[in-house]
Design a protein around this ligand. Structure first.
Ligand SMILES: [Zn+2]
Length: 304
């Protein structure tokens, strides 16, 4: 399984210095339907030696951002406006805003809420994104998130697919659809983000989508949810047990059955999971094991 997975990796990543970005950011909620693969055959041990230290150089991951538009160049941020007649803001600004906020969150890792109490270290993260290109596609067929899938988008619109993560910004055709996205965990890496343009209209700019993007790119880099199924329910006795393979990301079973504490699948409380790979009002924490996994896969990519 692992060998097949590694064989599928085709990225090239560059390591260069970049200035820190300082932007106020808060967290958000998401609905993620990524088809998760299981990469935890070896539990923590294989990842431990890849956990970054203070002296680890930051790895920069190149990303392209695609704005999916209707045939008539409406329905999303455009080259010249925010899509709502404001020409002082456009897709380029949104793309930078989103990447800056995502990198800010990565640069400001937070302590895990769970298990309570814990001494899990809060390590400095050593990976960031670098925006390479902003692209526009006027094609109503591929406009709505719900009417398409990532495989179609990466096949038809992916650019430098072997070198970068292609991010597709799509509108949703469903009312009250949650913010969110999905991503690929094998082959060419892509991420889809839904509702970014609609959320912008109600004041939720890049800071809102940044935790979603970090979560989805987490999938691209080998991470899976720590305690939730695809679209939100807890991995519990009813929905099935799940384990991301990291002992510093406790399972629902450990919290509820072993420690006899309240369910951590909640939204905004110190008893809720605040891990980047769950859904909560503060999905910002990345554990040492998760960082080890990311750098393990990044090392395999870089070696190819
Ligand atoms: Zn997810």
């Amino acid at each position: 399984m692992k060998n097949i997975f590694l064989f599928l990796f085709v990225f090239l990543f560059l390591v260069i210095p970049q200035n820190k970005v300082k932007i106020l950011s808060v967290s958000n909620s998401i609905s993620c339907k990524t088809k998760q693969l299981k990469f935890y055959d070896n539990k923590d041990s294989i990842f431990l030696k890849y956990i970054p230290s203070d002296t680890t150089k930051i790895k920069y991951i190149n990303v392209n951002m695609h704005f999916m538009l209707k045939d008539n160049n409406t329905g999303n941020f455009t080259e010249n406006s925010d899509g709502y007649n404001d020409t002082t803001y456009n897709a380029y600004r949104y793309a930078k805003d989103l990447i800056d906020n995502s990198n800010y969150n990565l640069a400001n890792n937070v302590k895990m809420n769970l298990p309570r109490p814990n001494n899990t270290p809060v390590l400095k993260t050593k990976y960031r994104y670098r925006l390479k290109e902003v692209l526009f596609h006027k094609n109503s067929k591929y406009y709505y998130y719900e009417n398409t899938n990532g495989s179609q988008l990466i096949k038809n619109f992916g650019k430098d697919r072997a070198k970068v993560i292609n991010i597709f910004i799509q509108a949703t055709n469903a009312e009250n659809q949650k913010s969110g996205g999905d991503a690929s965990m094998a082959g060419y890496r892509w991420v889809r983000i839904k509702r970014a343009w609609e959320d912008y209209a109600i004041g939720k700019t890049g800071w809102w989508v940044a935790p979603i993007l970090n979560h989805e790119i987490g999938h691209c880099l080998g991470l899976v949810h720590t305690m939730r199924k695809l679209n939100g329910p807890c991995c519990d006795s009813i929905n099935g047990y799940c384990d991301d393979g990291c002992s510093d990301t406790p399972t629902w079973e450990h919290i509820v059955v072993n420690l006899k504490q309240a369910s951590p699948c909640c939204w905004n409380d110190t008893i809720c999971s605040n891990n980047m790979m769950d859904y909560s009002a503060s999905q910002r924490a990345i554990t040492p094991c998760q960082l080890g996994k990311i750098h393990y896969y990044l090392s395999k990519i870089s070696d190819n």
